[in-house]
Design a protein. Structure first.
Ligand SMILES: Cc1ncc(COP(=O)(O)O)c(C=O)c1O
Length: 282
């Protein structure tokens, strides 16, 4: 199931071509995107997603259509979605730099997609992950901002290759590590771990994407009396923690039960509490 809309609020046939072959998004992956979870017509963390879209655009000096037009495109998709049949939707907002040697007008659209059965299964059952070296230092973002480490660009080929590598090793997902052997993030997720009544995650300044799902979880956790820390931590901390989760809009909060072939601590009551904290936002 797909529903596609342009930012003027028109729903168009998703099977019909929308992009030209000489669009820079197609030619160079030169563009940005967001993926938002919408449940029963309610988009989750829409404001933080649009903030992050604007931040990504600033980092790569991409002219971005105004916020109201993203909201209009998103609403058109939400209005046209068959909610009775599919109560959950992944809403993609995509913007590219437009036509190569064109007039600089960006190309953009909003598209709703079903949440796949595999994603839902992993939410229920948890995942096995492998750690993979991302080959970057935690200070690289500051030293080399042109690498766009904290922007959500369309260039996800490396992230997808890492997921295939995990699959070839019999795992479901990946936790990227830095050159200093600290934890970075997943190819499409933020890593969260629990130490007693404290939740930890890696700082965006280490070159990872600031997660809206992790942000929502930490907000609820703090209100419920948990402490939270945004800090670099070594890969070894994953094995010594009380629980590890991958957080992202579509997977929500998915527990990790095995890392590099080693079973880690999984406390089902704690998992229910963490998932419940995140859900309590909505
Ligand atoms: C690289 C990366 N990190 C983290 C996330 C999690 O972000 P969010 O929780 O805002 O979906 C994503 C989302 O797809 C991602 O691609």
């Amino acid at each position: 199931m797909r529903v596609l809309a342009t930012l003027d609020g028109n729903v168009v046939d998703h099977r019909s071509p929308l992009f030209r072959a000489d669009d820079l998004g197609v030619l160079r992956g030169d563009g940005i995107f967001e993926t938002i979870l919408v449940v029963s017509r309610q988009p989750r963390e829409l404001g933080p997603h649009l903030d992050r879209l604007e931040r990504s655009a600033r980092l790569m000096q991409l002219p971005l259509p105004e916020r109201a037009s993203w909201e209009r495109g998103a609403q058109a998709v939400i209005d046209a979605w068959p909610w009775d049949e599919h109560p959950e939707m992944g809403l993609k907002l995509v913007c590219t730099r437009g036509i190569d040697e064109g007039d600089g007008t960006p190309s953009a659209f909003a598209m709703g997609q079903e949440v796949g059965a595999e994603t839902r299964r992993k939410r229920d059952e948890g995942v096995q992950v492998v750690t993979l070296d991302r080959g970057v230092s935690t200070d690289l973002m500051d030293r080399a901002p042109w690498l766009l480490l904290s922007a959500k660009t369309l260039s996800y080929a490396v992230n997808m290759a890492a997921l295939r590598e995990a699959e070839s090793r019999g795992a479901d997902d990946v936790i990227f590590t830095s050159s200093e052997s600290t934890v970075l993030e997943g190819p499409t997720s933020t890593v969260v771990l629990a130490q007693g009544r404290k939740l930890l995650t890696t700082p965006p300044s280490s070159g990872i994407l600031q997660g809206t799902t992790q942000g929502a979880l930490f907000r609820a956790a703090e209100q419920a009396g948990w402490s939270t820390e945004v800090v670099d931590f070594p890969t070894s901390a994953l094995f010594e923690s009380d629980g590890v989760w991958l957080a992202s809009s579509i997977r929500r909060i998915t527990r990790v039960h095995d890392i590099d072939g080693t079973a880690i601590k999984v406390d089902e009551a704690l998992n229910d509490e963490i998932v419940g904290l995140y859900e309590s936002n909505y």
